[in-house]
Design a protein around this ligand. Structure first.
Ligand code: ASP
Length: 333
């Protein structure tokens, strides 16, 4: 039976061409090129957003629109492909993964490192793989197709801005590998346990990112956390979740936690997890109220903390939501 997909095109290198200012998206170009993917096995409707953007410019409002558009069209298509710039692709994939609760259809995000109009573009294979993944009836999650890999959306990270192998999921197994034949690693695919119940991200949410560095950052972040326009914060600590026991930071985390402003403690290391108690240096943060985020990516953390603004949870339920494995984003110890 012919599959019908909805293709949502947001922008990114894949549909860009040279302009006097450098590479920029060209409206209408990608839809024309995509025609070659139509076949007796595959039909699709393409929606090109205006303006097309370099994904470095994406906003929470844009992500909200994308989530809303998939939610509105959910019943009308067999699967969804989102074409996106690589810079923030992992953020959008994560946002979709948490927003589309109970998803029981494939949503596959892709893009490329070289534009389709470039003779060596990786865009053709990325699109072909994304289309094929979006036709798998039993793929019930948001995935990211790139350089012959299919990754869990809320585990993916941009790991290379120079090579075709631009993405990986350092803390989670791959979902498929595309070769002459496709290895579908179905044993790692998610099983849906609840009916489709999307929730849209709160576009006004302000999540404060705090990358720890030796020096002044602890005191600075302490001061920023006291600002009352901060809704939530992500602390990127060292190693297994360690930080200096700096009262300026710890008191600010304790005060924020008391105000109902959650602070998620993630590691700034690419692979591995926050493990409270592995080192004594992780304890003060936990005692101050910082929530251990295990091996969650910053992209997934932003999505969860943003969605929290739309979920009506009391403080305890919010803490449970942030530390639980909701969409396959973290490894439960
Ligand atoms: N700057 C581009 C973007 O994210 C990079 C890309 O698509 O590869 O839109």
């Amino acid at each position: 039976m012919q599959k019908r997909l909805l293709v949502l095109y947001t922008g990114g290198t894949i549909g860009m061409d040279e302009t006097p200012d450098g590479l920029a998206p060209v409206p209408g170009l990608l839809p024309r090129l995509l025609e070659r993917f139509r076949s007796p096995a595959l039909d699709f409707e393409l929606r090109e957003y205006a303006p097309l953007i370099d994904s470095s410019a994406i906003t929470l409002a844009d992500m909200r629109t994308l989530c809303a558009d998939i939610a509105a069209e959910y019943e009308h298509f067999d699967g969804f492909v989102v074409i996106h710039g690589t810079d923030t692709m992992a953020y959008t994939a994560s946002m979709l993964a948490f927003a589309l609760r109970g998803l029981a259809k494939p949503v596959v995000v892709t893009g490329s490192q070289l534009p389709l109009v470039h003779p060596r573009s990786d865009g053709w294979s990325n699109l072909a793989d994304a289309f094929e993944a979006a036709c798998q009836d039993d793929l019930h999650e948001v995935a990211l197709a790139f350089d012959r890999l299919l990754l869990r959306g809320c585990r993916a990270r941009k790991v290379d801005a120079a090579a075709f192998a631009g993405f990986d999921s350092p803390n989670a197994p791959h979902l498929a590998r595309f070769g002459i034949s496709v290895d579908w690693y179905r044993e790692h695919w998610r099983r849906v346990t609840q009916p489709f119940a999307p929730v849209l991200p709160d576009a006004a949410r302000r999540v404060l990112p705090m990358l720890l560095m030796p020096g002044a950052s602890t005191a600075l972040f302490g001061r920023m956390l006291h600002e009352d326009d901060v809704d939530a914060a992500v602390l990127l600590s060292y190693g297994n979740g360690n930080a200096p026991a700096d009262p300026a930071l710890l008191d600010a985390i304790a005060a924020a936690t008391k105000r109902g402003v959650p602070v998620l403690n993630l590691t700034q290391v690419v692979r591995g997890a926050v493990e409270v108690g592995a080192y004594a240096a992780s304890q003060p943060l936990a005692r101050a109220g910082a929530l251990p985020g295990a091996d969650m990516t910053p992209e997934a953390a932003l999505a969860k903390l943003t969605l929290l603004g739309a979920l009506d949870l009391d403080a305890e339920a919010a803490r449970a939501y942030l530390t639980a494995n909701v969409a396959g984003e973290l490894t439960v110890a």
